[in-house]
Each structure stands twice: as structure tokens, then as C-alpha cells.
Design a protein around this ligand. Structure first.
Ligand code: UD1
Ligand code: CA
Length: 465
């Protein structure tokens, strides 16, 4: 079969998004909107050309240099945008023309369009929508042939009743495009060069124009505003979730499970409700994630548990357990079988195999070897107000509750830090470190103190009266 070419129109202002970010870069499930249609195009066509305009350098940077680009300096409409790509297309052949804001179209839809195109000069992909508001309407003649497309803003009230819409996706003979594109005029309400007008011009000259009707809004949805963005994201989320479930992942409630496009999850992992798995996260098999977990660009090996916690840019090794209510900040490596428990924050630290930070602790810039226990309330004091310092805790050390470890420090193998100690210097292997004032018991003082404070309160009340 002859090669299919593709052009993606992505230069528009995207005014209806009311955003500082160009529309086609708005993320859906962790990827820019534009990357979805680009993927579908690249699956059926050679070297897709992307027409960029608004913030062109940024779009090019985010989408990558492996694609061809054409620049539309002024946004004068979809017809004008396509003109900018013409010089990069061959003289003849077929080209798919796609919009950057229709992320739901998949490879199969484009294949269907190319098949239905057959010997036409132009074929437009259409759909019948219950609510066609905002789309161009497809006007057919008595014999059912497409004769033109009218934009909503130019449509009469009778035309607005038409429910068949233009998806903004077409297949063209390149030779016919070259002939008719120069004849478009901006003679319409929006004073733009509408690509849609080309169908009318072709029909007028007796060129065959066809339609490829697809059966669902879930294919053709065009994103002009943030309501449509949310609707598209929901469809894509459903696709991602279904695909993962078919690969053996259990999602207890797919409707409240938010997994980005590039996330990988192994079989027999269970994801509980209200969990967000983002970016380039990869999760092994037999893990239990959530409820309420947020995992961002992290690698979780097999058998890991993460409950109601945040894990970002870190590695959790086999069988590690995190949460509930833990915060694993970037740069951590949590070793096999290690535990980072309730209300524990860890940053830029390595935690060795089977070490435990079970509750209410902070470890920043710390290397903890295996078999270490950090009691409740232990704080690694890694910041002196100007600089961060590292702490090393050797194998099997025991750090008693409510100790402060003032970095830089090294706690030797098997050392024991008594509860409440503020450690200001290195502790040798096997040593006990204790730094707290000795306890004094004053016999009978308790009652006197209690009576005194009760008397004080009574005096206070009398004074106020
Ligand atoms: C367009 C169609 C409409 C169709 C709808 C489908 C026209 C005139 N209208 O309307 O019939 O129902 O898509 O979603 O074609 N773009 C450029 N340069 C421009 C203008 C737009 O590159 O100067 C790009 C945009 O980035 C966008 C695409 O073309 O990706 C469509 O533009 P948009 O303004 O969203 O067109 P609609 O009003 O949705
Ligand atoms: Ca649109």
C-alpha cells in the first residue's frame, strides 16, 4: 500500500482554555494532549508533520525533536495552518489531516478513515452527537453526499439542528489539496481560513468528497475548554485502567484510581481507591498500593506496600512497607523489608534492609544500614540553618525515642542511643550514648505543687469577680 502521510494542526491559540499554557500541551494522564493524536498518527503514517504556532519553541521542546514541524506564524485558521505544512509534503499521495486537540482518536479510527477514503479527493471523519454544540455541522445533499461543513458561528438555526459533526479529521489526496487550498478565503464570521471550506470547493468542481462516520463521541471529542479536557481525561483513564486490569492488576475501584499513561504495574498488584500513580512510575507484582497513595516517578519492586502516603522519585525495594501517612521525598532508597511507618518523613536517604522507622520520625540526607531501629520522635538534624549535612548510621544501631542526631555524624555498628539524647558527636561501634540531665525525685513535692496551682486558679477567679 502506498505511504500515508499526516499533518497535525497544533498552532492554535486555544483561547477557550483561558490558560497561560498552550492548549495542546495541557496534560492528560501525565502526557501532553498532543502526544496522544501524535502516537495514533505515527502508528499509521510516515513522519507526521506538526504545525505549531502559539509558543512554538515550548511545544517543540515538550514534544521532542524526532518529529517534523512546520511553523504557522499567525493563527489565521485551520486552512491556513495546513498551508504551512504543504511544502514538506510530497507532490502526490494521501495525507491525514488531524487536530492536536482530539486525543481520543486511536489508530483503528485512522485506519478506518484511510480505508473509507478509497478514491475520494477528500474524506471527512464525522460522528452523530446528542449534543453537537461547538462543532462544525456536516451538511449533506438530498442524495446523502457531504456538500459542505458549516461552523457553529456561521450556522443558521436549521443547520444548528444537524447532529452530524465534523471531527476535524480528514484524509486528502495531496494533489487536490495543492489545487484547492490556495482558493480558501477568510470570508466568514471569524475571518479565518477554514479548512472545512475546501470540501465545498472540491464538490463544486465535481471532485468526490466522502465521509467516514464513526459511532462515538469517545473517539472524536475535540478539546476546546477544560470541561472537555476533563471528559477526555476520564475516557483515557478508563482505557489505561482496563488495559492494566487485563494485564492482571486488581483495581478495587477503577473510577477513583488515577493512573498515568506511562505507569507500569506487575500482575497481582492491588491498587486501592483514591490512589494516584503518576509519571514514569513502575510497580512490581504482588504489591498493595493505597488507599490514598500518591506515587510519583518512583520504582516499587515486588511485594511493596504503600498505604495513605506520598512517594516521589524514590526506589522501594522488595517487600518494603510505607505508611500510613508517610512522606518519601525524592532521592530515597528504601531497602528490602524496611519499614517507613506512620508520620515519618524521609528525604534523600538510603534505608537498609529490614531497618525500621516505625513512627513519627524525620530522616534527611541519611544513610542507614541494615537492621537499624529508629524510635518514635527521632529527628535527624540535617540542616544547620545554612547547609545540609549527612548522617551515617551503621548496621544494627538502636536510636532511642526522641533523640536528635545533629549532622554530620556517624553512629557506629550496634551502637545504642538512649532515648531523649541529643547526639552532637560520632558514637563508636557498640557504645551507649546518653546525653540528658539525670532524673531527680523530690519526695512529696507533687501534692504541694498541685495544691499551689489549685490555689492560684482560685485567686485568679476571685480577682476577676
Ligand atoms: C474545528 C473545525 C470544526 C470541527 C472541530 C472539531 C474548522 C474551521 N473547524 O473547529 O468544523 O467540528 O474542529 O474538533 O476547521 N489550529 C491551528 N491554527 C489555526 C487555528 C487552529 O493550527 O490558525 C489548530 C488548533 O491548534 C487545533 C485545531 O487546529 O488543534 C482545531 O482548531 P480549533 O480552533 O480548536 O477549531 P474548532 O473551533 O474546534
Ligand atoms: Ca477544537
Amino acid at each position: 500500500m502506498e505511504k500515508l502521510h499526516a499533518v497535525i494542526l497544533a498552532a492554535g491559540e486555544g483561547k477557550r482554555m483561558r490558560s497561560a499554557v498552550p492548549k495542546v500541551l495541557h496534560p492528560i494522564c501525565g502526557r501532553p494532549m498532543l502526544s496522544y493524536i501524535l502516537n495514533s498518527a505515527a502508528a499509521v503514517a510516515v513522519d507526521p508533520i506538526i504545525v505549531i504556532g502559539r509558543e512554538a519553541p515550548l511545544v517543540r521542546e515538550k514534544i521532542g525533536s524526532r518529529w517534523k514541524y512546520a511553523l504557522q506564524e499567525e493563527q489565521l485558521g485551520t486552512g491556513h495552518a495546513l498551508m504551512q505544512a504543504l511544502p514538506q509534503l510530497p507532490e502526490e499521495g494521501r495525507v491525514l489531516v488531524l487536530c492536536g486537540d482530539t486525543p481520543l482518536l486511536q489508530k483503528e479510527h485512522l485506519e478506518q478513515l484511510a480505508r473509507d477514503h478509497s478514491d475520494n479527493a477528500a474524506t471527512v471523519m464525522t460522528a452523530e452527537l446528542a449534543n453537537p454544540t461547538g462543532y462544525g455541522r456536516v451538511i449533506r445533499d438530498r442524495d446523502g453526499f457531504v456538500c459542505r461543513i458549516v461552523e457553529e458561528s456561521d450556522a443558521s438555526s436549521a443547520e444548528k439542528e444537524v447532529r452530524e459533526i465534523n471531527s476535524g479529521t480528514y484524509c486528502f489526496e495531496i494533489s487536490a489539496l495543492r489545487k484547492f487550498l490556495p482558493h480558501l478565503s477568510p470570508d466568514n464570521i471569524q475571518q479565518e481560513y477554514y479548512l472545512t471550506d475546501i470540501l465545498f470547493l472540491m464538490r463544486e468542481q465535481g471532485y468526490p468528497v466522502g465521509a467516514c462516520l464513526v459511532d462515538s463521541w469517545r473517539a472524536v471529542l475535540g478539546i476546546n475548554d477544560r470541561c472537555q479536557l476533563a471528559a477526555a481525561a476520564q475516557v483515557i483513564r478508563e482505557r489505561i485502567n482496563c488495559s492494566l486490569m487485563r494485564q492482571g492488576v486488581t483495581l478495587i475501584d477503577p473510577a477513583t484510581t488515577y493512573i498515568d499513561y506511562d505507569v507500569k504495574i506487575g500482575p497481582d498488584t492491588v491498587v486501592l481507591p483514591q490512589s494516584l500513580l503518576e509519571g514514569a512510575t513502575s510497580i512490581g507484582s504482588g504489591c498493595r498500593i493505597g488507599p490514598g497513595a500518591q506515587v510519583i516517578n518512583a520504582q516499587l519492586h515486588d511485594g511493596v506496600t504503600v498505604r495513605q502516603s506520598v512517594v516521589e522519585e524514590s526506589i522501594l525495594e522488595r517487600g518494603a512497607a510505607v505508611g500510613p501517612f508517610a512522606n518519601i521525598r525524592p532521592g530515597c532508597r528504601i531497602g528490602p523489608g524496611a519499614k517507613v511507618g506512620t508520620f515519618v518523613e524521609v528525604k534523600n536517604s538510603a534505608i537498609g534492609a529490614s531497618s525500621k522507622l516505625a513512627h513519627l520520625a524525620y530522616a534527611g540526607d541519611t544513610d542507614i544500614e541494615s537492621g537499624v531501629n529508629l524510635g518514635a520522635g527521632v529527628i535527624i538534624v540535617n540542616f544547620d540553618g545554612r547547609k545540609k549535612h549527612r548522617t551515617l548510621i551503621r548496621e544494627g544501631a538502636f536510636i532511642g525515642c526522641n533523640s536528635n542526631l545533629i549532622s554530620p555524624l556517624e553512629i557506629g555498628e550496634g551502637a545504642f542511643i538512649a532515648a531523649g539524647t541529643t547526639v552532637t558527636g560520632d558514637v563508636p561501634a557498640g557504645a551507649l550514648a546518653i546525653a540528658r540531665t539525670a532524673q531527680k525525685n523530690c519526695e512529696g513535692l507533687s501534692r504541694r505543687l498541685l495544691l499551689k496551682s489549685a490555689g492560684q486558679e482560685k485567686d485568679d477567679i476571685e480577682e476577676k469577680e
